[in-house]
Ligand binder design. Structure first.
Ligand SMILES: [Cu+2]
Length: 112
């Protein structure tokens, strides 16, 4: 069982705390602009995009819920809030629903 001091050390993540510094060092915020188009190249302006990710070797997901924060026009969407709490192999799925169609784009990423 953890001592009260060890418990505090592991659970406090504010600025200046050891765990807070560790967490901030490995959180990598990322924003992506996505272009969605039909197979013949026409921009899709009413897509609903959801983003989810996980580390297959660790059995955990993202620490955040990324989402579309802005429709940039011409089929472009800004996705923000994607954060990775550690390096390693990540699988990130972008699911796109538009005009009654459904598609998923999977990215395998190795973060160092
Ligand atoms: Cu992990």
């Amino acid at each position: 069982m953890l001592s009260s001091e060890d418990n505090d050390r592991l659970t406090r993540v504010g600025p200046g705390t050891p765990m807070g510094e560790l967490m901030r060092r490995y959180w990598i915020p990322a924003g992506f602009a996505h272009h969605v188009a039909t197979p013949d190249g026409q921009p899709v302006t009413d897509a609903v995009i959801t983003v989810d990710g996980d580390m297959p070797q660790h059995g955990h997901g993202l620490p955040t819920r990324p989402q579309v924060t802005k429709h940039l026009g011409n089929g472009d969407y800004l996705v923000e809030g994607l954060k990775f709490q550690m390096g390693g192999w990540w699988v990130v799925d972008f699911t796109i629903d538009a005009n009654g169609k459904h598609d998923t784009v999977r990215f395998n990423m190795i973060l160092k």
